[in-house]
Design a protein around this ligand. Structure first.
Ligand code: MN
Ligand code: MN
Length: 453
């Protein structure tokens, strides 16, 4: 009997067949990453995957029958995927998988366009936790939706095709950065300076604001919009880079939006592919990066409404259904980075290649704001993961009292549902180009499959 506990390395234990499975699986993940950089795009991509797997749209209030495969598209920004199982849901409850599909980025302001010193720029208001200097001098793409006064919706996308132009935020040259270098990073890089260069050719025969008018003319030709239409638009600047293998052995993937596509994609694929008698609800949430607020965030009562609809359709008391339900709140965690070793405590942090990472709790300053999963629930999950050969580990976001963070777990748990945080460890989390291990992505997929079986 092994008395000591040691983390296991997924790659070290993988034979050639398993290694091929890991790599093949991650090709699909990379495609998803490139097609789903915003919550709206993630919903569109996932609906297409769900429909291909035989899922049908659900309307609130509709009856749910055993065997139904349904999805509920909430305003194009969050998604509920339901597999109505044959198992007794009064006893087994619903297996819930949650991840979020919004990522940190630069949102355009509502009156974004202006001209200065011979160039046109877009004002931004950043979304989620970013290090502002990361966003200077990298290629940016514009994504989003413009809603015209007559209700027509225009989808904007510039910067992702190889022939597209990209957008850009300038930085000060090092030769002139003596004063800047003395400032703290917070003082040196201000949000109001995150202005995106969008054009530079003056409109002929026009003396004032001429570059700006040239930009407006092009936007009008391409999208039929006028400047006022920015008022009812959601436009986002995201890194224009595509997901790429990293390392000569291709062990890692660098991409924008691993947080939290790297949990969403394993959830989606597990939910769509796993044959099970359980009732499984997979939720892709919006607004996690800004506190899960609003009617597309996880604090919205919609989850309750949908659980009630399931209970009603099955003729089960909704309180009983909830009390027997279980949830994995799938969100990324910080991976140990030897370059910043002092930020972590080595025994209690997710290590790359050691599998999907369970955080019993999150929060800050003495677990504050955290869902602290019970020993009973974690003990149950240990048994499940063992049965299905899942290599996994535990972790914390970093050293105690250095900072912290939260997830949607507490908003699920407050419905009287056992919930635990689990996700892929990420290096450079919240950077424009984040890094994960392919082995950990596949481990997450295996864990979620085991959970819903
Ligand atoms: Mn996250
Ligand atoms: Mn995040």
């Amino acid at each position: 009997m092994e008395l000591t506990y040691k983390k296991r390395n997924v790659y070290a234990e993988a034979d050639d067949t398993e290694l091929k499975r890991i790599f093949d699986y991650c090709e699909g993940y990379k495609k998803f990453l490139d097609g789903a950089k915003t919550e709206r795009e993630a919903v569109t991509e996932t609906v297409a995957m769900a429909e291909k797997a035989g899922y049908k749209p659900y309307t609130l209030g509709g009856k749910i029958n055993k065997g139904d495969k349904l999805y509920y598209n909430n305003r194009g920004k969050s998604l509920f995927i339901l597999r109505a199982g044959s198992a007794d849901i009064a006893k087994n409850g619903v297996r819930i998988l949650v991840a979020h599909i919004d990522s940190p980025r630069l949102d355009l302001k509502q009156v974004p366009l202006y001209e200065k010193a011979g160039a046109a720029y877009l004002k931004t208001h950043y979304y989620g936790g970013i290090k502002k200097y990361h966003w200077l001098t990298i290629p940016l793409a514009l994504h989003g939706t413009v809603v015209l006064k007559d209700g027509r919706k225009i989808t904007v996308g510039i910067g992702e095709n190889d022939c597209d132009p990209v957008f850009y935020i300038t930085d000060l040259l090092p030769h002139l950065s003596q004063d800047l270098n003395k400032k703290t990073i917070g003082e040196g890089f201000e949000a109001e300076n995150l202005n995106i260069l969008i054009g530079g050719i003056p409109q002929k025969g026009d003396e004032k604001n001429s570059v700006k008018n040239g930009v407006l003319k092009l936007l009008n030709e391409k999208y039929g919009m006028i400047e006022e239409d920015f008022l009812s638009a959601e436009l986002q600047a995201v890194p224009a880079a595509k997901a790429k293998d990293v390392g000569i052995d291709r062990a890692f993937i660098a991409a924008y939006g691993h947080d939290d596509s790297v949990c969403a994609y394993p959830e989606i694929t597990a939910a769509l592919q796993t044959e099970t008698e359980q009732t499984v609800l997979t939720i892709l949430a919006d607004k996690e990066e800004i506190g899960s607020e609003g009617n597309t965030g996880m604090q919205c009562v919609l989850i309750d409404d949908i659980l009630n609809e399931i209970a009603k359709s099955y003729g089960v008391n909704p309180a009983v259904l909830r009390s027997n339900s279980m949830c994995i709140s799938a969100d990324v965690t910080a991976a140990y980075d030897p370059g910043f070793a002092s930020a972590f405590e080595e025994n209690n942090v997710g290590m790359v290649n050691c599998g999907v990472t369970m955080n019993k709790f999150t929060g800050a300053r003495g677990k504050s704001g955290s869902n602290d999963a019970s020993a009973e629930y974690i003990g149950y999950l240990r048994g499940v993961f063992d049965r299905y050969g899942v290599i996994w580990q535990t972790g914390e976001l970093g050293r105690v009292d250095l900072g912290g963070g939260g997830t949607v777990a507490k908003y699920i748990a407050k419905n009287n549902i056992d919930t635990v945080d689990m996700g892929v460890p990420v290096l450079s989390m919240h950077a424009p180009y984040e890094l994960v291990s392919k082995a950990d992505v596949y481990s997450a997929y295996k864990a979620f499959c085991a959970f819903i079986k």
